[in-house]
Design a protein around this ligand. Structure first.
Ligand SMILES: NC(=O)c1ccc[n+]([C@@H]2O[C@H](COP(=O)([O-])OP(=O)(O)OC[C@H]3O[C@@H](n4cnc5c(N)ncnc54)[C@H](O)[C@@H]3O)[C@@H](O)[C@H]2O)c1
Length: 434
């Protein structure tokens, strides 16, 4: 069996971690029962590029129990839980992931997943799907050259075996929609991120809590009384803002979208631009999916001791290039903290090299939240296999969202009201008036 992980002897620890996650993922457990009984994925090869966490382990085990072969690479060089990766190898998953991968290691691992000739791809950030497309269209690039050394099969042969793919996060969906817009998407994609039972809970409550968890684990700072600047008031940003306020921080929102800025204002936050915020913030958290959100003109205005963290998918939101250029010295002073001493003498602390703080500094989202996100992933794979879809980006139908929500409510022991026949009729008619 092919695999590459940090230390296979960590597998016992990993197995216990996965057991803890399984305990908190009741909806996925239910799906596992159905999938494994019917062996719904018999003979299917799944190639995944996901954060290798205990929750991802629960998901790929569902696929394995359902009869699939799975190859798994990491979707971020710093997010792999090495003990989980080791335990998955023992479960028969081809894992190519460890914490602290170099850029070469990272794309080498993704290339190995492609050379596994998957029928379904699972992605978080679209690096796997993107590389498949770059190989097929013979685009140039360092990652393409590297992959060509590993993959024996012709790219068009690999693509012809792919029946569809899924995408977990906002940034990945944006990239894949851009490909579809150019009419270059090679196979149907389900935007799992866009299911209501994904983004409303995972992006908001999952990232909201786990990002603060990451910052606290890495720095052990007190949030109460701090000025916390959150860039982006989308689903991730509003979750972070909500939780930071709950810990007693004064939260400042920076937004480019006028509607969302107005929403943040009426939600009771102070709203301003980054130029002004950079002078008053103690902690800065980016959550935009955008590039260079905090850059030179902001760093030089910051208070001595300002802390910078990123929650967005890629490490491009805080301009590390600018930070390097305006610094006289940098030093790693604690795990996941780099101290930059600027030419103006002030110190700025960058957490986790600007990578997703919740995964690099903590354990990612709580399992309860990933229960819904990954139930969408599991049902999306079945959906892709049971239909003939075009080369477009799809959102799962509402009835699947409702089914996941109902299963979650049942697991939580929450009752909801049922519409009577009379109410259903009333709500769908036009005759009744004043
Ligand atoms: N850390 C995690 O575990 C995790 C989980 C889910 C999503 N994500 C990632 O977080 C990012 C945000 O996701 P989302 O679902 O909140 O997206 P979203 O589209 O709902 O929100 C992004 C917001 O950022 C704003 N924005 C864009 N450029 C900006 C700028 N320069 N300054 C200020 N605001 C700006 C947009 O107007 C938008 O309101 C994405 O990269 C996504 O992939 C991370």
């Amino acid at each position: 069996m092919e695999y590459k992980v940090k230390d296979i002897s960590l597998s016992d620890k990993g197995r216990l971690k996965i057991r803890w996650a399984e305990q908190h993922m009741p909806v996925l457990r239910e799906i596992n029962n159905i999938f494994s009984r019917k062996k719904v994925l018999k003979g299917i090869r799944i190639g995944a590029c996901l954060h290798v966490t205990k929750e991802t382990a629960v998901l790929v085990k569902v696929f394995k129990h359902a009869g699939a072969e799975v190859a798994l690479a990491a979707s971020n060089p710093l997010s792999t839980q090495d003990e989980v990766a080791a335990a998955l190898v023992e479960e028969g998953i081809h894992v190519f992931a460890w914490r602290g991968m170099s850029w070469n290691d990272y794309y080498d691992a993704i290339a190995r997943v492609i050379s596994f000739s998957p029928n379904i791809t699972l992605d978080d950030g679209a690096d796997l799907t993107g590389l498949i497309h770059k190989l097929y269209y013979k685009e140039s690039g360092k990652e393409v050259d590297l992959a060509l050394k590993i993959i024996d099969e012709q790219p068009d042969k690999i693509v012809s075996g792919i029946r569809g793919g899924t995408e977990e996060t906002t940034t990945g969906v944006i990239r894949l929609r851009a490909l579809a817009k150019e009419k270059r998407l090679l196979y149907p994609i389900i935007a799992v991120n866009d299911s209501l039972t994904k983004f409303l809970f995972d992006n908001r409550y999952g990232t909201g809590q786990s990002c603060l968890d990451g910052i606290i684990r890495v720095t052990n700072i007190l949030f109460a009384g701090k000025n916390v600047v959150v860039a982006g008031y989308g689903w991730v940003g509003r979750g972070i803002a909500l939780r930071a306020r709950g810990l007693g921080a004064r939260v400042i929102i920076v937004e480019t979208d006028p509607i969302k800025a107005l929403e943040a204002y009426y939600d009771g936050f102070y709203v301003t631009n980054m130029y002004e915020a950079s002078k008053i913030g103690d902690i800065f958290i980016t959550a935009t999916g955008d590039i260079n959100v905090i850059r030179k003109e902001h760093f030089v205005r910051m208070k001595n001791g300002a802390i910078l963290a990123n929650a967005g998918h890629f490490n491009v939101e805080i301009s590390i290039d600018d930070l390097e250029k305006i610094s006289q010295k940098k030093e790693k002073i604690r795990e996941n903290i780099t101290e930059y001493i600027l030419h103006n003498g002030r110190k700025i602390y960058l957490l986790a090299e600007g990578r997703l703080i919740n995964l690099a500094g903590a354990e990612g989202h709580p399992s309860e939240v990933m229960d819904m996100s990954f139930s969408n992933q599991a049902l999306a794979v079945k959906y892709l296999l049971s239909r003939k879809l075009s080369r477009k980006v799809y959102v799962l139908p509402r009835n699947i969202d409702n089914r996941i929500a109902l299963l979650k409510l049942k697991a939580l022991g929450v009752k909801i009201e049922k519409l009577t026949y009379e109410q259903k009729k009333y709500l769908s008619s036009w005759e009744a008036g004043t």
